[in-house]
Write a protein that binds this ligand. Structure first.
Ligand SMILES: *Cc1c(COP(=O)(O)O)cnc(C)c1O
Length: 814
């Protein structure tokens, strides 16, 4: 293992290497480099240090974990890696001497467009924690040419622009042509038989795609271990180039194949709005699964020969949601067809190797593919799925002997193939030795509802791994001011062991510490306010409470409930000039999927509300509203560290875990939330005096929905003065100034009968907000609660989560 302090001997050594790199890479002196070039050269220099450590980080006998995820929302890396190597101060110092500014150079780095939101960010936190925990844990994903989209706001509306995040290159990556592999689509299956009657199958013809990996080093804390994230790009295989067409002058035909293939890695799809069924998405899923597995088996065979029986003891393949679900059948296919392993034994090996994390209980989000599409794209793979499905059905009749449950119900709920579809969640479960949810409540709902038949048949399959986040990025890096206070108080051991944050508890009665928290928070608010002014034009009063709800826009997350509360406050301020809520700035950020019309209207609603509130001198001394465009890891770090209140108000039973709730509580924001996802665990850890919980609980929501008695117009009629008035204001011109009324939002509530019970939780929510914000007047008491949240945040470090995966799912002996 390299010693991180030897990355650069001293400032002089760093400066010499940096200047030399500018010369050799760009043919320029350091002084001739732009800030962007300074960033690029520095990033490549740090990447090269990581790459040099890669081969010595792990021995071949260590168990390897491959984390398959279609998304890795890694965020900017330079600041993070300098902190991890312990050289941030040295580099900042040296650059100052060289006449530059490290902070400004770090800001040149764009967010890689490799993920959507929570699921992708979780994968990135896991990479960081796997490296920190010292394990051989590698990411396997897609290298998208374009990210989801860059969000601009025009006339209050979300406008999607191409996210060309690779425009200036990606200095962290290294293209590995020598590791490229071939992936086949649209082939046909050929049956072979020898004279003894043995038979086997091969797949032939079709379109051959060359999958080329790009590796990004994952530099662990203190640089002890470096792992890698492997990202796949699709290119046409030479065999498929139509030279004849080209020579005949038919360039369009010759190039069509190229562009069809390159389309596979062109764009990241949204993960939350009816994108299922798109052929290109299915191709992406197979490409990164097949390519990843091929290289894994190649290096396994190099180290251990064809010792396939022990694969599952030396390798784990973890599938993040159902997007990599084909890992199971593809591994089976390779073992049987290409490595000559007997079918039954191969399935045992696959089962021991593969594990699965579920991320959602929303039925519409459970991935399904039409059988016809699937079978013609991947005919041989489909045969394996069909056979495993058949065996599952056969096995069911035995398993269902005793407990008297309906055989057909269980079959309908658990079969892989049903109703013309390949059901990816059932596929994942049947091929995996472990199925986990991402918070205690979520894992419970999986067993009780979503996968209840599986859970009854194979209870030992199911377990919980409550999500976590890397506190080194989301506290240390995002919040330097608060981190310094913490380190001055308890030393820096918390950076590698987040449980040490508990040592902050005694400081809850230290008034100097509590007062200095205000200074730090103010600094962060100023930083965020400057950013918001620059990006949206809104000028915030940093003396106000900063109340934030930042996350993807989705009906179940209920940004609409926040809007109702703010409109209610605005109405009451206008009605009664003596009504004095705690002055508060409401800060929103997040993207809506391009095709998700309702979510996009809620974004327009928030911007329209901001326009009305911020420009009305009767209310803007008491409340303000800001929308931060283009939510990403980079600006999230500014927002989390400046928040006083963390809004986590999804309808109970809908948010699998949430992770912004963890990032925010870690930074000392107080949660205003429902008992949903991991809010439940936050609440248990910090205690009722340090969190504000409101609203219906999961069982109450389930009972209300089952009773069929919720009726939006009843709610409207029961409170015309406040609730009914707000509903009317959606369409009566109150908010129409920027770009019109909100009929579809109105209809979502009053015609679709308010599917996420916004009106059902409204009164409890406003009351909870008022009670919580009243407490802000006593700032020391507030800071005491905030500090308690930070002190209890150790549990939510992804280091803890990964340690649990290691022990219970991947079976890695320390
Ligand atoms: C943490 C994070 C999320 C997830 O937020 P939730 O509130 O848990 O949905 C989404 N996007 C980014 C950029 C994040 O950092």
């Amino acid at each position: 293992m390299a010693n991180y302090q030897e990355i650069f001997k001293d400032k002089k050594d760093f400066e010499a290497q940096y200047r030399a790199a500018c010369q050799s890479e760009l043919g320029k002196t350091f002084d001739q480099c732009s800030e962007l070039e300074q960033f690029q050269v520095l990033a490549r220099l740090i990447a090269s240090k990581g790459n040099a450590q890669l081969p010595v980080s792990h021995s071949k006998d260590e168990k390897k974990v491959y984390y398959f995820s279609l998304e890795f929302l890694i965020g900017p890396l330079l600041d993070n890696y300098l902190i991890n190597y312990g050289i941030r101060d040295l580099v900042a110092d040296a650059m100052k001497d060289m006449g530059s500014d490290l902070d400004a150079v770090c800001r040149q780095e764009v967010d890689p467009g490799l993920g959507n939101g929570g699921l992708g960010r979780l994968a990135a936190c896991f990479l960081a924690s796997m490296a920190h925990n010292g394990m051989a844990g590698y990411g396997n994903g897609m290298r998208y040419r374009y990210g989801l989209f860059h969000q601009d706001i025009e006339g209050g509306r979300q406008v999607e622009r191409t996210d060309n995040w690779l425009a200036n290159g990606f200095p962290w990556e290294t293209r590995k042509d020598a590791s490229a592999v071939t992936v086949r689509f649209n082939g046909h299956v050929v049956r072979h038989e020898d004279e003894k009657g043995n038979f086997w199958f091969t797949e032939e013809g079709g379109d051959l795609v060359r999958a080329v990996p790009y590796d990004v080093p994952v530099i662990g804390f203190e640089g002890k271990v470096v792992n890698k994230l492997r990202l796949w790009s699709a290119e046409p295989a030479e065999e498929n180039f139509d030279l004849d067409a080209f020579n005949d002058g038919d360039y369009a035909k010759a190039n069509k194949f190229r562009s069809d293939v390159e389309a596979i890695s062109t764009i990241l799809y949204p993960n939350d709005a009816g994108e299922h069924g798109r052929l290109l998405r299915l191709k992406q899923e197979y490409l990164f699964v097949s390519a990843g597995l091929q290289t894994i088996l190649r290096s396994y065979e190099k180290d251990f020969g064809p010792d396939w029986a022990n694969l599952g003891k030396r390798v784990s393949v973890h599938t993040n949601d159902t997007h990599p679900a084909m890992c199971g059948p593809e591994l089976l296919r390779i073992l049987v067809d290409e490595k000559g392993v007997d079918f039954d034994e191969a399935f045992e090996i696959v089962h021991e190797t593969v594990s699965f994390t579920n991320h959602t209980v929303m039925p519409e989000a459970l991935e399904k593919w039409p059988i016809n599409t699937f079978r013609s794209l991947l005919p041989r793979l489909y045969m394996f799925i069909e056979e495993i499905d058949r065996r599952w059905r056969d096995g069911l009749s035995e398993k269902l002997g005793e407990d008297g449950s309906s055989w057909t119900d269980v079959l309908r709920n658990t079969a892989i193939l049903w109703d013309g579809k390949v059901r990816m969640a059932n596929l994942s479960i049947i091929f995996s030795h472990s199925v986990n949810g991402v918070s205690a409540l979520h894992s419970d709902i999986l067993k009780r509802e979503t996968f209840k038949d599986f859970a009854r048949l194979e209870p030992e399959l199911f377990n919980n791994k409550t999500n976590g986040v890397t506190h080194r990025r989301f506290l240390r890096e995002a919040n330097p001011a608060y981190s310094k206070l913490i380190t001055d108080a308890i030393g820096d051991g918390w950076l590698s062991d987040a449980n040490e944050l508990e040592k902050l508890v005694p400081f809850e009665s230290d008034v100097d510490f509590l007062d200095s928290m205000d200074v730090a928070r103010k600094e962060n608010k100023e930083r965020l306010a400057a950013y918001i002014k620059e990006t949206s034009g809104t000028v915030l009063d940093t003396n106000m409470v900063f109340d934030v709800q930042v996350k993807r826009f989705h009906a179940y997350k209920r940004q609409l409930l926040s809007v109702f509360k703010i409109l209610d406050l605005r109405n009451r301020i206008l009605d009664d000039p003596n009504f004095d809520p705690q002055p508060t700035a409401f800060i929103f950020s997040g993207k809506a999927a391009q095709s998700y019309a309702f979510a996009k209207e809620v974004i327009r609603l928030i911007n329209s509300l901001a326009d009305v509130v911020n420009n009305d001198p009767r209310v803007n001394q008491k409340i303000q509203v800001a929308f931060v465009p283009n939510f990403a890891v980079s600006n999230a770090q500014y927002i989390y560290s400046a928040a006083d209140i963390s809004e986590q108000i999804s309808l109970a039973g809908t948010e699998a875990s949430g992770t912004s709730n963890m990032k925010l509580m870690m930074n000392g924001a107080l949660t205003l939330g429902t008992l949903d996802g991991s809010n439940v665990e936050i609440s248990e850890l910090v205690g009722p005096e340090n969190i504000k919980i409101f609203g219906m609980k999961t069982e109450e929501v389930e009972a209300l929905q089952a009773s069929g008695t919720y009726y939006a117009w009843d709610r409207y009629n029961a409170d015309r003065d406040r609730l009914g008035r707000i509903v009317d204001q959606l369409v009566d011109g109150t908010l129409a100034g920027l770009s019109g009324n909100f009929e579809s939002v109105h209809d979502h509530l009053m015609v679709e009968n308010d599917p996420y019970l916004v009106m059902g939780d409204f009164h409890a929510y406003v009351q909870a907000w008022e009670e919580l914000t009243k407490g802000y007047a006593d700032r020391r008491a507030w800071n005491k609660a905030a500090l308690h949240n930070t002190a209890k945040a150790g549990f939510f470090s992804s280091d803890r989560t990964i340690a649990e995966y290691e022990a219970d799912i991947w079976h890695i002996d320390a």
